[in-house]
Design a protein around this ligand. Structure first.
Ligand SMILES: C[S@@+](CC[C@H](N)C(=O)[O-])C[C@H]1O[C@@H](n2cnc3c(N)ncnc32)[C@H](O)[C@@H]1O
Ligand SMILES: *[C@@H]1O[C@H](CO)[C@@H](O)[C@H](O)[C@H]1NC(C)=O
Length: 215
């Protein structure tokens, strides 16, 4: 899994970023092109994927070590239950479990589900602390979660804003990886480039801005 095509794609993007430090458009363009080709491939090949509507499809790309560390920084001090929307090979869930969370990973790709369940067993996570469910998170009520991580795709972040605003409790915190929410103001951010992550506190993004702060 570690040498899988996703990692190779990610390495490619990272290399371009490094080689052309001043040309982010080129880096973003080539990254998007690679991700796009892979997305097209994944869309037709992966079985669980076919159930998700076209406009909400998100390809599998694993978090880097750096990105995972950034997510954990923004979750520091929090505990309890955590949901990872699109858990992939389970790496974010396992990292959060090692920080004391009880995690649920939502994943529609059965290969990744099987792999992440096996991985949880090998790594000795306490029983019941890492749960991977074969569920489309768009069709899942997330109101029971107040700690949420999402590493998805730029095109779905606005739809996700709406869903999370409607469902999460006021004390919720959402950590978005690589792709920020388009309309929310983050309360914190960690890292830069491909590894950047943003934390959003639901209470802050839900509160309407005061019309006249001086009054
Ligand atoms: C970019 S990957 C992130 C994987 C993992 N969270 C990580 O950080 O390494 C997104 C994952 O979301 C899954 N996914 C996409 N749409 C989904 C949906 N509607 N319900 C559940 N999982 C979904 C994909 O199969 C993919 O594995
Ligand atoms: C999420 O984290 C907060 C802060 O640590 C905690 O109080 C809450 O119980 C957690 N949410 C759930 C559903 O466990």
């Amino acid at each position: 899994m570690e040498d899988s095509i996703e990692v190779i794609l990610q390495d490619h993007s990272a290399k371009y970023l490094h080689r052309y430090p001043d040309n982010h458009a080129l880096a973003a363009g080539s990254g998007a092109l690679l991700a796009g080709c892979y997305g097209l491939w994944a869309m037709f090949v992966l079985p669980g994927f076919r159930r998700v509507p076209l406009r909400l499809k998100v390809p599998y790309l694993p978090s880097s070590v750096e990105q995972t560390a950034n997510v954990m920084k923004l979750l520091q001090g929090r505990q309890g239950a955590l949901a990872d929307l699109g858990s992939g090979d389970g790496r974010l869930v396992l990292a959060a479990c090692s920080q004391g969370f009880r995690c649920t990973g939502f994943e529609v790709n059965p290969v990744l589900l099987a792999y992440s369940r096996a991985r949880a067993r090998w790594s000795g996570v306490p029983a019941g602390h890492a749960r991977f469910v074969n569920q489309d998170f768009w069709k899942t009520d997330l109101s029971g979660y107040s700690n949420v991580t999402a590493f998805l795709a730029p095109g779905v972040m606005q739809a996700l804003e709406e869903k999370l605003l409607a469902e999460l409790p006021d004390d919720g915190r959402v950590v978005a990886c690589r792709f920020p929410f388009p309309r929310w103001t983050p309360s914190h951010t960690e890292g830069s480039g491909l590894d950047q992550v943003w934390a959003y506190d639901v209470i802050a993004v839900r509160k309407p801005r005061p019309q006249n702060p001086a009054a």
